[in-house]
Design a binder for this molecule. Structure first.
Ligand SMILES: CC(C)(COP(=O)(O)OP(=O)(O)OC[C@H]1O[C@@H](n2cnc3c(N)ncnc32)[C@H](O)[C@@H]1OP(=O)(O)O)[C@@H](O)C(=O)NCCC(=O)NCCS
Length: 234
């Protein structure tokens, strides 16, 4: 079957949610009717996929970019930065997570709604702080000891992933984001990682400029579509 049922997303939205993963063949009408919402992941060079989307009047909700940086020991301080320990700042960090990712496809999809969106990010933040989704969380405070931003890092063998990175709106463009990526990279190197990757959106110009300025390069792109079956002619 082409559509994979997403248990977690189905529970979160209270709907039947599925995914057509990259490279997986396009579903037929009968299959689609078994779902309320289907995420389609398509390579931008997949002509058959693009014409299927055009036929259904679908525009990508996210042109997702994967960025990669090769980590060089010499370019980063060898000292391991201090990790965030759960405690007094948890709620502030969760709030920052709930309000920072305006380019997320779950935010841009008006059918999902703000309260579901916040719940999603609350759960990701909780899972990050519990180290279920992460190996480390770094926090950046400003001169007044207020939370300016955070970074969440995951390590898998020699690869590291910047799972989440956010700086509060009023604190942007002051160098905090850069400082957080440096901390994350130093930690990853100390754990034996040789690369760091992350996902962001083509439309997120600030993030693209930011990561490219730090030497990250685009490794891949995938177009993501949200197909609501009651909205589209099958
Ligand atoms: C991306 C983000 C983390 C950058 O944090 P920041 O603290 O504002 O970034 P810094 O001040 O450290 O900036 C570092 C560099 O990025 C560039 N940059 C930052 N924001 C930029 C913007 N809006 N437009 C263009 N360039 C930008 C700066 O020019 C700076 O370069 P410089 O050191 O040569 O001057 C922040 O904008 C953010 O939290 N965005 C929302 C969440 C997000 O998109 N996360 C990332 C991917 S999911």
């Amino acid at each position: 079957m082409g559509i994979r049922t997403l248990e977690w997303d189905s529970e979160w939205l209270g709907l039947r949610v599925g995914s057509v993963d990259p490279g997986v063949s396009l579903p037929d009408e009968k299959e689609l009717k078994e779902f309320d919402l289907v995420y389609f992941f398509r390579d931008p060079s997949d002509k058959k996929g693009l014409s299927w989307m055009a036929r259904h009047q679908m525009e990508p909700i996210d042109r997702r970019l994967e960025y990669l940086l090769e980590l060089k020991t010499s370019s980063t301080s060898s000292s391991v930065p201090e990790l965030y320990e759960r405690g007094e700042y948890d709620e502030k960090l969760i709030e920052l997570g709930e309000t920072s990712f305006e380019w997320s496809r779950f935010k841009r999809d008006s059918r999902i709604g703000d309260s579901k969106f916040r719940l999603l990010y609350r759960q990701w933040m909780e899972a990050s702080l519990n180290n279920k989704l992460s190996d480390a969380v770094f926090v950046q405070k400003d001169e007044q000891e207020q939370i300016a931003g955070f970074a969440v890092v995951k390590i898998q063998e020699q690869k590291s992933f910047l799972v989440l990175l956010a700086v509060a709106n009023a604190q942007r463009n002051k160098g905090w984001g850069k400082a957080l990526v440096k901390k994350a990279a130093a930690f990853a190197i100390s754990k034996g990682a040789i690369s760091m990757s992350l996902l962001t959106q083509f439309e997120n110009r600030a993030a693209r400029h930011f990561f490219e300025g730090l030497g990250f390069q685009i490794k891949s792109q995938v177009n993501i579509y949200h197909f609501w079956t009651d909205e589209h002619t099958l």
